[in-house]
Write a protein that binds this ligand. Structure first.
Ligand SMILES: Nc1ncnc2c1ncn2[C@@H]1O[C@H](COP(=O)(O)OP(=O)(O)OP(=O)(O)O)[C@@H](O)[C@H]1O
Length: 275
């Protein structure tokens, strides 16, 4: 079973948020959507869960009962306890009695939230709250799980927990798509979608994305062409789309962060040239 978008374009007034975007989310896999602010990540996910209607193109998603969505906002109710939040979400999907008890216990255990079951959601750390929101999105074992930045603002230890929960959900058979601003996290997904200004710049496995990357990235204290450079730690990295870096420059093996920035710079330069 697979879900996704085919040639989808979405506009908000004069703003084109998605342009001819096609993405497939297969059962048992995790698709990571990455891109800068305003790239269209949230719009892609909201279109998939049918909160946003496309101008054109086709959306393929299961009915609501088989869909789990964690929105960018918290996804839980501050005035309810952890257990009450899970029960409320389960109740919406018709879970009750011993079935709900067993599901709640298993989910809280997997997320390390058993000891926090009776705490109000308002008293949880940001990371715990995102984990709770995630549990509420998957309580009914949906076929398609859609997560909008599940780990943003979450500390590194909780991020590892969240990533494990996401992987386990896919391993159990769900099709999972998530947006993230953490590129090290995205590198681990089976399939990556890199968005910029509503366009898919590149997609595929991390190996495929690396193999498709043309040009050279160099490292130095200062850039030759500042508009084609970005800071990485103490260095500046610089992109040479045609591979014509000056002799003697230190060439680096680009990681996903380098690739995303380089492709975005390249697309913007093309847009300027094309007027
Ligand atoms: N409801 C809306 N009304 C008007 N414009 C919108 C709406 N939602 C998104 N946009 C615009 O569409 C574009 C894509 O936004 P979107 O939120 O999908 O990007 P994003 O990649 O999720 O960014 P961020 O990480 O900053 O949330 C932006 O230009 C944004 O301003």
């Amino acid at each position: 079973m697979s879900f996704g978008l085919d040639a989808v374009t979405v506009s908000f007034g004069a703003t084109r948020a998605l342009r001819d975007v096609s993405v497939e989310v297969a059962a048992g896999t995790v698709v990571a959507v990455v891109g800068g602010d305003g790239a269209g990540k949230t719009t892609l996910l909201r279109t998939l869960v049918r909160e946003v209607a496309p101008d054109s193109g086709t959306v393929s998603a299961p009915p609501k009962a088989d869909l789990g969505f964690l929105p960018a906002s918290s996804g839980s109710w501050a005035a309810l306890t952890v257990a009450q939040n899970v029960d409320f979400a389960g109740g919406v999907y018709g879970l009750a009695g011993p079935e709900l008890d067993a599901r709640r216990a298993a989910l809280l255990d997997a997320a390390g939230l058993t000891d926090a079951a009776d705490r109000l959601a308002s008293q949880l750390s940001g990371g715990m709250r995102r984990k709770l929101g995630f549990l509420m999105a998957i309580v009914h074992t949906p076929e398609l799980v859609v997560l909008d930045e599940p780990s943003t603002g979450v500390d590194p230890v909780s991020r590892v927990d969240l990533w494990r929960l996401v992987s386990e959900t896919a391993a159990a058979g769900a099709a999972v798509i998530m947006s993230t601003t953490y590129l090290d996290e995205a590198e681990r997904a089976g399939h990556l979608v890199v968005l910029d200004d509503g366009h898919v710049l590149v997609q595929g496995s991390y190996d495929e994305v690396r193999a498709a990357f043309a040009g050279v990235v160099t490292r130095a204290d200062a850039a030759v062409r500042p508009a084609w450079s970005w800071r990485r730690g103490r260095d500046r990295h610089e992109y040479w789309p045609d591979g014509d870096a000056p002799a003697g420059r230190d060439v680096v093996e680009p990681d996903l962060e380098d690739i995303v920035i380089a492709l975005s710079l390249s697309r913007r330069a093309d847009t300027v040239v094309a007027g």
